[in-house]
Design a protein around this ligand. Structure first.
Ligand code: TRP
Length: 446
């Protein structure tokens, strides 16, 4: 492949991959999943699964991308030229990218709306009940969330359209460190709230009796979602990584950044939840209800509020263009369109899907799949079915289809690094991970 481009530096690779991993999954989804699934029990399960299952799958996925040097479909075609069925993994990845991006841009749109509301001081002096009523009105209007989701998609597409190094790598390198600083400021502020002690109890004190099969399924889905694993994002980014880069080293950094930011986000948010007696199980609205209520009542609240929603927006942006890149790489390489045209085509499809997702949250909306509205259905099905299924297929391909020597050479850069970790990794990916994923499918119910 000529002129395909690659990330310029090691820091660029880590920033882009951590940028993909750290997103709404960490700051919006993680806290409400923790709240819904029993606090520390969920966190412990999540940590164990992330290290033993998700991180190995991430390594496998990234290394496949670097072996194939192409988009998801092209990579499977090159690595298994005679077995077309494997390209199904590529198709699954493309569909998943659309499913995730369509609800993702709705939440990211909320964060933009909340930045605006914070800037004009709209939350100041309001009680939890008033903030909740405002929020419900916002959702019920339909057109407001739709408009903000589309604004977000335009921004994502503008960055994706400006290219791999100039758009994606450069904005990730800038936004990720900024995000970390903003989050630390917020945690420090939360430390001074009355509910901090209670939060520590809730987040850290282990209660093993709460680890049920449902908690495990939820933790696995969350872990896959948070590390961007199972649909070809990391495969696509891996295809832009130089052969000399140490894959396990990069993934270790990404894992640490991702987990640390999720847990910090918990400590930024739960003190407010407990201080204001908000129900920790309140679901996807959690950060959008608790934090404005907190900010409305504390000193320096308005600035903190702006900072928080800017943080959420940055996190969402670097993840959204990583999701979009799966589609863009496919359209440019397989359908031979220019990057700009690929972005425009994807934008049209995404704008339609995001509109449907946002409208499905209006009261009495008919946009439903079974018992869930379209938005919740997309959120649940992508994390609990599509990503683990994609992950399982990726792992089977890596550990059972490709010859051991091939994957060993790729992971160890022909024997120059990661020599000691490889046998462990190979064992996990060949036996433990597939079995764990199959067990989790058996336990899945809606
Ligand atoms: N990991 C991101 C988050 O936590 C979202 C994301 C980006 C993603 N790319 C992905 C999720 C690929 C699944 C698959 O918000």
């Amino acid at each position: 492949m000529e002129n395909r481009g690659s990330f310029a530096s090691r820091f660029g690779v880590i920033a882009a991959m951590a940028g993909s991993a750290v997103g709404l999954g960490n700051i919006w989804k993680f806290p409400y999943m923790v709240g819904e699934n029993g606090g520390s029990a969920f966190i412990i399960t999540y940590l164990i699964i992330s290290v033993l299952i998700t991180a190995p799958v991430l390594i496998a996925e990234m290394s496949l991308g670097r072996m194939g040097g192409q988009n998801v479909l092209g990579t499977f075609r090159t690595l298994a030229p005679k077995q077309k069925a494997w390209q199904g993994v590529g198709w699954l990845g493309l569909i998943t990218a659309f499913v995730i991006l369509s609800f993702y841009s709705v939440i990211a749109g909320w964060s933009l709306a909340f930045i605006k509301e914070s800037v004009v001081g709209g939350f100041m002096g309001k009680s939890v009940t008033e903030v909740t009523a405002d929020f419900n009105g916002f959702i019920a209007s339909g057109w407001q969330p739709v408009a903000w989701a589309i604004v977000f998609l335009v921004m994502t597409c503008l960055i994706a359209g400006s290219g791999l190094q100039k758009g994606i790598e450069r904005s990730s390198k800038l936004l990720m460190p900024l995000l970390a600083v903003l989050l630390v400021v917020l945690v420090v502020r939360s430390f001074f709230l009355g509910g901090f002690g209670e939060s520590v109890q809730f987040l850290v004190k282990p209660d093993f009796s709460k680890i049920t099969p449902e908690v495990m399924v939820a933790a696995l889905g969350q872990s896959f979602f948070s590390l961007s694993v199972g649909m070809g994002t990391m495969l696509t980014y891996g295809s832009y990584v130089k052969k000399s880069e140490n894959i396990t080293g990069v993934v270790t950094n990404v894992l640490i950044a991702d987990v640390a930011i999720a847990i910090l986000a918990g400590f930024a948010i739960f003190p407010a939840v407990f201080t204001f007696d908000i129900n920790p199980t309140s679901g996807p609205d959690l950060v959008f209800l608790t934090l404005p209520s907190l900010f409305a009542q504390i000193g320096g609240g308005q600035i903190m509020s702006i900072l928080f929603f800017v943080l959420l927006f940055f996190a969402a942006l670097t993840s959204a263009f990583s999701l979009l890149e799966v589609v863009v790489a496919y359209v440019t390489e397989e359908l031979k369109l220019k990057r700009r045209s690929a972005v425009i085509v994807s934008f049209v499809g995404l704008a339609i899907l995001a509109t449907l997702c946002a409208m499905s949250q209006m009261p009495d909306s008919a946009l439903r799949l079974g018992s869930l509205n379209l938005f919740d259905a997309f959120d649940k099905v992508s994390s609990n079915v599509m990503l683990p299924l994609g992950g399982l297929l990726i792992v089977l391909f890596w550990a059972w289809k490709l010859p051991k020597q091939r994957v060993q050479e790729e992971i160890t850069n022909n024997g120059t690094c990661s020599g000691r970790i490889f046998p462990v990794l190979y064992f996990l990916l060949r036996y433990i991970v597939p079995v764990a994923l199959v067990i989790m499918f058996i336990n899945l119910n809606f």
